[in-house]
Design a protein around this ligand. Structure first.
Ligand code: IMP
Length: 501
């Protein structure tokens, strides 16, 4: 006979935190959001920790190298999507690891033969106004000139005008030579009142751009997630099919941590993948696994050797797994049960395995709830897809900007490996949708605003650290009528914005 769960499963929106005593020290400025990323033994330090408990989803529409850099700058980590060729994924990882703070590989490049229309299209797509003009239109071609918004006037110029007709040509450019330090580059920028400085090798090929605004950013990010060589941390997704080739390539590219990306992780495929990694690399390679939604799934992956375990099936904003297949569990219930299993495992073995709550975070307070319920960090897709740094197009519809966001199980992503149960190598039916999300601006501003709320709530609960929150939190289920009471009610709102963060 089937096993029946007598209680329904719940989502984050069905819970609230009840404040505890806050002492005078309990102010947001004193809160630390530092959290372990990988397992560690009692009394020891984890090999990798994050300074904020946020990681970005292993998705084409979320975690490219640009978002990875922006998030690492804030103290979190991205997992570069694995649903691309091994070469392309490794190249993204390498771009993050080779990034020298302040020295940026130009992401907006055209050739002198391109047109004004190409410039406009590229600026709209990347949101960047400085375009490097190289002989072959690549990031490392011979520099021929620069185009910024000061070089053209859309209303006065024909769209098919060639870039070479209006770019600032190489002869008029000030540039730095390979080997210049960031300090020297910034001095040149200041002395000549520039917005950017191209850095060239001996042959005149473009290596990097140094931007005036990045200097300020670097100075204002004390929580950056860095490795021992002061390079940004980056993770990468792997699958249970081509790991024998993908894992070595990603490690070679410099990935700090890997994660098996699968919609359902309680499987022999994950066991085989973890066993292969342990056989080849021992414990030196850090790898997360998942997703699971109950104690049994957790125990299985813990015993297979996972460094962290991801929780969540069917709760993602673009996810239709529950509708398509009828599997899943309310995210809060799943998380509560898995975190209890993690604590039980810790008491038994002295090994603490961090739990990642993956998917379904809609309101900022859901972050605090997930942490209070025992998550060590949170994986978010929709949240990050809305920002400038996500890899997707920014689209203007009826006066409002949107970004595209699609599921890995959608026909668009065609990431059949994520849904692989060992059958034919293809996606047989969709488990995700293709969608728009409201554009929300730069990652930095949004993360700061969300985490300000998390810190403030933690103070209401009398907690200055995540473990303290987990120990002290008082959490209550709410009735459907108290959910109504929780929003603005019985008043006529003067303005109603359609979207919440
Ligand atoms: P979100 O933060 O609610 O948007 O959820 C993101 C999470 O949804 C990801 O980290 C994945 O675990 C999951 N996910 C990504 N693509 C799909 C899909 O196509 N179907 C189901 N779940 C997905």
């Amino acid at each position: 006979m089937a096993i029946y769960y007598n209680e329904p499963c719940h989502t984050f929106s069905e819970y609230l935190l009840i404040p505890g005593y806050s002492s005078a020290e309990c102010v947001p400025a004193n809160v630390s959001l530092r959290t372990p990323l990988v397992k560690f033994k009692k009394g020891e330090e984890p090999a990798i920790s994050l300074n904020i408990p946020l990681v970005s989803a292993i998705m084409q529409s979320v975690s490219g190298d640009r978002l990875a850099l922006a998030l690492a700058r804030e103290g979190g980590i991205s997992f570069i999507y694995g649903s691309q060729s091994i070469e392309d994924e490794s190249a993204m990882v390498e771009r993050v690891k080779s990034y020298k703070a302040g020295f940026v590989v130009s992401d907006s490049n055209l050739s002198p033969e391109n047109t004004l229309a190409d410039v406009i299209e590229l600026t709209a797509r990347t949101g960047h106004n400085t375009i490097a003009i190289t002989h072959n239109g690549t990031a490392n071609g011979k520099l021929c000139g620069i185009v910024t918004s000061r070089d053209y006037r859309v209303s006065r110029m024909e769209p098919d005008l060639k870039v070479k007709e209006f770019m600032t040509p190489f002869e008029n450019l000030i540039y730095g030579k390979e080997g210049i330090t960031l300090k020297e580059a910034n001095n040149v920028i200041w002395d000549h009142k520039l917005n950017s400085l191209p850095i060239l090798d001996e042959e005149g090929n473009l290596l990097y751009m140094v931007f005036r605004k990045d200097y300020d950013t670097h100075k204002s990010n004390p929580l950056e997630a860095l490795d021992s060589h002061k390079r940004y941390l980056v993770g990468a997704g792997i699958n249970t099919r081509d790991y024998e080739k993908r894992v070595p390539a990603l490690l070679e590219a410099g990935a700090d941590v890997l994660c098996i990306d699968s919609s359902e992780g309680f499987s022999e495929w994950q066991k085989r993948t973890l066993a292969w990694i342990r056989r080849e690399y021992g414990d030196s390679v850090k790898v997360g696994a998942g997703n699971v939604v109950d104690r049994e799934g957790f125990r299985f992956l813990a015993e297979c050797g996972a460094d962290f375990i991801k929780v969540g099936i069917g709760g993602g904003s673009i996810c239709i797994t529950r509708e398509q297949k009828g599997i899943g569990r309310g995210q809060a219930t799943a998380l509560i049960e898995v975190c209890a299993a993690r604590d039980e495992y810790f008491n038994e073995t002295g090994v603490y395995i961090p739990i990642c709550s993956d998917g379904g975070i809609v309101q900022d307070y859901h972050m605090t709830l997930a942490l209070a319920m025992g998550a060590d960090f949170l994986m978010l897709g929709r949240y990050f897809a809305r920002f400038d740094e996500s890899p997707t197009a920014k689209i203007h519809v009826n006066g409002i900007y949107y970004k595209e966001y699609w599921g890995e199980g959608s026909n668009r992503a065609r990431n059949w490996q994520r849904y692989d149960l060992g059958g034919a190598a293809k996606l047989s039916f969709e488990e995700g949708v293709d969608s728009y999300v409201p554009y929300a601006g730069p990652l930095h501003d949004n993360v700061a605003a969300s985490l300000a709320k998390v810190c403030s709530t933690m103070c209401n609960c009398g907690a200055l650290t995540i473990p303290e929150l987990q120990e002290k939190a008082k959490i209550t289920l709410v009735s459907s009528t108290s959910i109504v009471e929780g929003g603005a009610h019985d008043v006529i709102r003067k303005e109603q914005s359609g979207f919440h963060s």
